[in-house]
Every structure is written in structure tokens, then in C-alpha cells.
Design a protein. Sequence first.
Length: 321
Amino acid sequence: MDRNVSSLNATSVPTHLPLNSTASINTTVKPFSVFDGCDHQAEAILFDLIVQSTNVLVGIPANLLVIAILIRNRKEPSTSDIFLGCLAFMDAYFGAMTPITFLNLYVWQNKEVWLSIKFSYGVKDTSGPLFLSCICLDRFVAVLFPIAFSQLKHFKYRLSLSVLVLCLTFTYSSAKMVGGLPNFEKVFTGEILAAFTWMVLCNASILWALKKSHGAGKDEMHPMKRKAFKTVLSILYIIVINYLPPVALFPFEDYYHPDVFRCYVQPVGFAFVNISSTTQPLIYLTRLEKVPFLSDACIKKCTSCVTAENTETPPAQNPST
């Protein structure tokens, strides 16, 4: 669904005005459409929403579990916990909007509700890449500049950066909700390209530094470096799975017919970004040696059921990976 198009679809209808009239030709506004001009090309939009249903079934519980774990570990926090907490909260909020989107498409068809949905899309577009970039920055400084990192470990620095990201997120979301800004869709394209480039370079530098330090005749990697390695590797998975498709598709907008790009290319590209509300918390949970609040029996039962079905093991249920 094109998230950057005006909510009203208008077509000009000839009106019989006097030839010498100086009044502008009026337009007849069609009834409000929540499909934003893609009423007869809604296949990709529905595909995006079906993918988002995973966020409701799996993503919301996983994100709430991540938040609960971070609160439980607040006495021994990691420097990136505030970024992870904000990201999990935003993802849970976005997942909660999916049922509202379905209801508004087929039941309510209300403009005010659609504006709130557009706001949530803006939150998802911005919060994910920016908070992941913050986590990458935190790990980058910790691994490559440990002395500077020790001087910048105070909570206030990360709190200030989080507030800045939230301000940027809500500003972008408000602009998306209002709509009508020329070439506004270019903002997301530029943001995702910049964030993707930064995260790839940042993670590549960290992985290279960790591998170099590990290769100096040592059999075991230092626990802190191993933890940083897992964090960086998990973010790299998210980057490739969720952000590479839009990075590959959106810069070529001018090569598509406007309707094709708006009704097909954008929804498919955004579907990969939207499902990150599920993949991000699950990948975080895979890094835990033991998932709190879940009994070993529950974990073993879920793992055995999934293994019997020859499906990929859900990260949240397999802490040994």
C-alpha cells in the first residue's frame, strides 16, 4: 500500500460553466478509499497485510517477552537495552494496528482511522532502521574504540540518542499522516539506503575486528566479544532479510509505471520491512542461553513439535541456537 499518497482520490469531471466564468473548474471528489487508488489492484496490499498477520500471532508476544526480559534484567543492563526496548515497543504497537487495518479496509472505511494507520506505518518505516543503526553504533564503538566506549557508557548518552530518534520518528510519521508533501516517498528511500549502508559497513567492520582478535592463536573468544559477535551477526541477518528487498527495489521507482510502483512494488517491498516486527524479537531471543518466563518442558515440547514437522525451529523456542 502506498503509504505516502494522499488519502483522497479525486478525478476531474467536466462541469458546464459559462465560457466567461473566472471560477476554477470544480472537481467531484470520489468517496473516501482506504486503498489509496489501488482499489482494483489490491493483491499486493493484501499480501502485505497477510504477512503482517504474523506480527499479531508471533510478533506481539515475542516483543512483549523481549520487553519483560529487559525489565527483568534492568539491574544488569546492556548498553543497548534502551534501543532494544524502544524497538520492541514500537514493533508491538505496529503489530497491534494490523487488525485495525483489516477492519478499516472491509468494515469501517473511516478516514480518521486510516490516518492513524498511516501514522503507524511512519513509525515502522523510521523506528526500525534508526534504532538498529543506534545498536550498530553502540557495538561499533564498543569493539573498535573500547577506551572511548568506557567513557561514554553513561545511560544519559543513549537516552538522549533515543529521544532524538523518537523525535525524528514522530516527525516523519506526522508528515506521512498529513500527506500531500511533494516527493515525500523519496525520504524513506533515502533513509533506508543510508541506514542500510551504515549498518552493513558498521557490522562488516565489527566482524572483521572480532575475527582478527580471535585469530591470534586463541581457541576461545572472550565472552564479551562473543556476545558482541552474536549481536552484530543477528543485526546482519535482519538487514539482509528485511531491508535488502526495498533497498534493491525502491531506488528504481522512475523505471516503473506510477500505478505499478504504488500498488505492487511498494507493498511487496514494505512487506519485508513490516515482517521485521516478528524477526527482530525472535532473533534477539535466539541469543539468549535461557529464555526467562518459559519452562524447560515448554521449550522442549515446542522444539520437538517443530522438529517433527520438519520446519525451521522458531528462534524464541530454541535458546540453544
